[in-house]
Design a protein around this ligand. Structure first.
Ligand code: MSP
Length: 469
């Protein structure tokens, strides 16, 4: 069976993970668990982007040898991913010798689409990208994402002839052969593609030492984005190995800021290599804190570990998967987080506690949960509207609460214990089936619920799932 390959953007290791880095992994993990439930073999890649001037300068600033610096930060990202309850099958570091060697081979294979030219233009080091004169003017000379002035670069560099592929890329995106979700980002990108110039794909070594050497030219290193984008296939073994059991990817998950690299340069590279394009590009939005972009200067950068330390990872997943839209921006405040935690405790925690207590009083036997078809749910999942899919489950959970309120099995137990028992069993069965899907979003919680309600005789758990106070 072919693998269902899901990829995540590989973060720069110029610091430790921040809250915004969580989205890629959470979304990929939800999809991974869903596809596994559909019986698919899933391969999930993750990795760290370790080259480029930004990282090199940061290490120098902190007086740490560059290799130690990237080793340490890459480890922090690996731990971070695990702390989110996310399991990847493949991890790539762009400083891996295999990756570097494979990148050089990829460069060689793109040779006929590469030329050398002199370039003068505006560059943002935060984005590691050149901007057009128009963007420079529109943003009054400052990168809106990094709040830093663009710097003028005048260099002789290698170029990838994007113009060789533009028509083909447009055709594939327009026809949804390479499908961009959400649709408004597809439109946005197609406008951008119109005037997309050829891209510079190398930097002079005297400017940037920290990169993959360009094959056959000692004076140049590869532009960090070329090396980074290649990760999605080098990690599978390309070009040493046949990757057709995993490539093309089913979906590549990226933040909205880097969609243009993934929808423009990356397809150009793949077409140049004669490889198929991914089926889907899913762009998520940005997480703000109290309505503001996280930034060191504002001092509002949140360490996700601080949120997880509060109530564990499950409420973290709950918040970012239900209360943040899969494809739009989302906001975090501690207040909203606490209120989401209360919802979790009231709707789900109470339901489980209440139902288990009633079951234990009435000697109800456990059930084994099975997945029931849910067309609305599958429809949302197939459109990558994970928050709406989660919403469907939540509504079912709330309905189960309402049903207990309405049927009052505790009162019924006094007059008609048999009826009370059969109602309780029905509700427990329904919960068990919702719980099967819940595993995609809240895996640990779902496992605990399955354990409680599959016992030979259901017992009241000593601790509620989401204790208060
Ligand atoms: N190294 C590149 C990606 C190369 S992929 C071949 C990069 N790194 S990054 O560290 O800046 O971003 C990594 C991921 O985190 C991207 O998907 C980016 O969009 C996402 N986010 C960074 N800040 C974010 C928020 N505040 N909110 C949500 N996602 C954000 O770009």
């Amino acid at each position: 069976m072919k693998n269902t390959y899901i990829t995540t953007a590989i973060p720069y290791v110029n610091g430790k993970p921040h809250l915004g880095h969580a989205m890629d992994y959470l979304l990929a993990d939800v999809l991974r668990r869903y596809m596994m439930q559909q019986g698919k073999n899933v391969r999930l890649q993750a990795g760290t982007d370790e080259h480029g001037s930004k990282i090199f300068k940061k290490a120098a600033e902190q007086g740490i040898p560059i290799q130690d610096f990237v080793d340490e930060n890459s480890r922090k990202f690996q731990n971070f991913i695990h702390s989110l309850g996310v399991e990847y099958t493949d991890f790539v570091r762009t400083t891996d010798a295999d990756h570097e060697r494979r990148c050089q081979e990829i460069w060689r294979r793109l040779d006929q689409h590469i030329y050398k030219d002199k370039y003068e233009g505006w560059y943002c080091e935060g984005c590691e990208a050149f901007v057009t004169d128009k963007e420079y003017a529109d943003n009054s000379g400052n990168c809106p994402d990094h709040k830093k002035p663009y710097i003028k670069l005048s260099e002789e560099n290698y170029y990838l002839r994007i113009s060789d592929f533009k028509d083909e890329i447009r055709k594939r995106i327009e026809s949804d052969e390479l499908k961009i979700t959400p649709a408004f980002r597809k439109k946005e990108f197609l406008n951008l593609l119109e005037d997309m110039p050829d891209v510079s794909i190398s930097r002079p070594k005297e400017q940037v030492q920290w990169g993959v050497p360009v094959p056959g030219d000692d004076s140049q290193v590869m532009y960090v984005w070329i090396d980074a984008l290649a990760n999605y296939i080098t990690v599978l073994g390309y070009p040493d190995e046949d990757i057709s059991d995993s490539w093309p990817a089913y979906v590549q998950i990226v933040g909205k800021d880097i969609l243009r690299f993934h929808a423009g340069i990356w397809p150009a590279m793949l077409l140049g290599l004669g490889l198929p394009l991914p089926q889907n590009l899913l762009a998520h939005g940005f997480i703000t804190v109290d309505g503001e972009k996280m930034s060191k200067s504002i001092g509002n950068v949140i360490d996700p570990a601080d949120i997880i330390a509060k109530h564990g990872v499950e409420p973290f997943r709950y918040y970012f998967l239900r209360h943040v839209s899969t494809t739009d921006d989302g906001d975090f405040t501690w207040e909203k987080y606490e209120s989401a935690y209360n919802e979790l405790a009231n709707d789900l925690g109470n339901l489980v506690q209440r139902l288990a207590t009633l079951a234990s009083k009435n000697d109800i036997a456990g059930v084994s949960g099975k997945l029931v078809d849910n067309a609305d749910f599958d429809n949302r999942m197939s459109k990558f509207e994970f928050n709406f899919a989660f919403e469907i489950l939540w509504k079912q959970i709330q309905d189960l609460n309402k049903r207990i309120d309405a049927e009052k099995p505790w009162a019924l137990a006094k007059t008609d214990p048999e009826k009370a028992a059969s109602i309780l069993t029905e509700i427990i069965q329904d919960l068990a089936s919702v719980n099967g899907r819940l595993a995609i979003f809240l895996p640990e919680t779902s496992e605990k619920i399955a354990e409680i309600f599959s016992a030979e005789l259901i017992a009241r758990p000593a601790e509620p799932l989401f204790p208060k106070g």
